[in-house]
Structure formats: structure tokens, C-alpha cells
Design a protein around this ligand. Structure first.
Ligand code: COA
Length: 163
């Protein structure tokens, strides 16, 4: 069975992430969405449990997609899925340098681990989780940025954080 691992911070998951996940699910037998618990992002908006809940909700229609949490190195996490590959979305040339570096360090840790890239859908090349967080904090329109099923959760969180 060929497994694709879609890793990320997912703070929160966006339509851009979901687009990559769904396309990977059409190519691979199984997709594991890997939510990083120890991502080096300072002050995340959502807890790991909330991130997982959002990913679960939006991937529920896809039976070959599951969600896992990773608290360690991604390249070590991948070992449990034999022959798995990492799938990353490339939004612009600027993503490439960083992803190239990540691939090299991951291969140092786990030489068998390959990374494959899907180009982002042009509708989402501008999109990132920080744009969503910023929009949410200022009460901006989230439709078209994140899946409808999680808009309420994001707005509720932004309201609490605004106090
Ligand atoms: N659509 C929308 N946004 C996208 C996207 C897409 N297709 N692809 C990437 N992004 C955005 C994310 O939203 C995020 O935005 P933000 O910075 O505004 O929050 C940004 O690109 C970076 O993505 P992120 O999810 O943080 O993933 P990453 O590629 O930087 O990888 C981890 C981070 C968490 C997956 C990875 O570092 C990890 O697993 N770490 C564990 C430790 C490890 O193994 N480190 C590497 C060896 S040292």
C-alpha cells in the first residue's frame, strides 16, 4: 500500500492544504495528514487537539485520509509507514528553497524518505495559515480561505482571543 504523508502545522488548515490533501488522496492508496505538535511556530492560535479536530472534520468525506499527531522528527514519524512519501505543496518559487533544505535534512535522518511536490492550485497561491489567522482576528471574511465546516470554530477562537 502506497502512503502519502501530508505534514504541516495546520494552524488552521486552509483550502490550499485541503486541495493538496485531496489530490494526494486521488494518487495514493492512503493519505496520513501529520499534524506537528512541536512545530517551531511561536504562539499558535489553536491547540493540537483543535487542529486535529479541524483536519478530521474537513477530511471526513475522504475514506483513505487519516489524521495523526507527530511530536518528534517528521523523517522518524514516516518510518512507521513503509515506502511512504512526503507530499508538499509549492505555492511559489519562494517555497522551493525552504522545501529543498527540508528534503535534504529529512534524507539525512531517513535516506529512504522521498518528498514529492504538488503545485498549489492557482486559486490558493496567496494563501497561508497566518493570513487566515490575521483575517480572523480582524473579523474578516473567511469564506474562500478555509473549508466552510471550520469557519465557526475559527471565528469562535478569534472572539475568545480578542477577549
Ligand atoms: N496551502 C496553504 N498554505 C500552505 C500550503 C498550501 N498548500 N503549503 C504551505 N502553506 C503554509 C502554511 O499555511 C504555513 O503558513 P504560516 O507560516 O502562515 O502559518 C506555512 O506555509 C508553512 O507551513 P507549515 O505547515 O508550518 O509546514 P512546514 O512546511 O514549515 O513544515 C512541519 C513544518 C511542522 C511540518 C515540519 O517542520 C515538521 O514536521 N517538524 C517536525 C520537526 C522536523 O522534523 N523538522 C525538520 C528536521 S529539522
Amino acid at each position: 500500500m502506497r502512503t502519502a504523508i501530508c505534514p504541516g502545522s495546520f494552524d488552521p488548515i486552509t483550502l490550499g492544504h485541503l486541495n493538496i490533501i485531496v489530490r494526494a488522496a486521488q494518487i495514493f492508496d492512503r493519505v496520513v495528514v501529520c499534524v506537528a505538535a512541536n512545530a517551531t511556530k511561536t504562539s499558535p492560535m489553536f491547540t493540537v487537539e483543535e487542529k486535529v479536530e479541524m483536519v478530521r472534520r474537513v477530511t471526513a468525506p475522504y475514506p483513505n485520509v487519516t489524521v495523526e499527531v507527530n511530536r518528534g522528527l517528521l523523517a522518524e514519524f514516516a518510518r512507521q509507514y513503509e515506502g511512504s512519501v512526503l507530499i508538499k505543496g509549492l505555492r511559489a518559487a519562494s517555497d522551493f528553497d525552504y522545501e529543498f533544505q527540508m528534503d535534504l535534512i529529512n534524507k539525512r535522518i531517513n535516506p529512504d524518505l522521498e518528498t514529492m511536490f504538488l503545485t498549489a492550485d492557482q486559486r490558493y497561491t496567496f494563501l497561508s495559515s497566518s493570513i487566515v489567522r490575521e483575517m480572523a482576528r480582524y473579523g474578516g471574511e473567511l469564506r474562500g480561505l478555509v473549508p466552510e465546516e471550520i469557519i465557526g470554530m475559527i471565528e469562535a477562537k478569534a472572539n475568545t482571543q480578542r477577549g
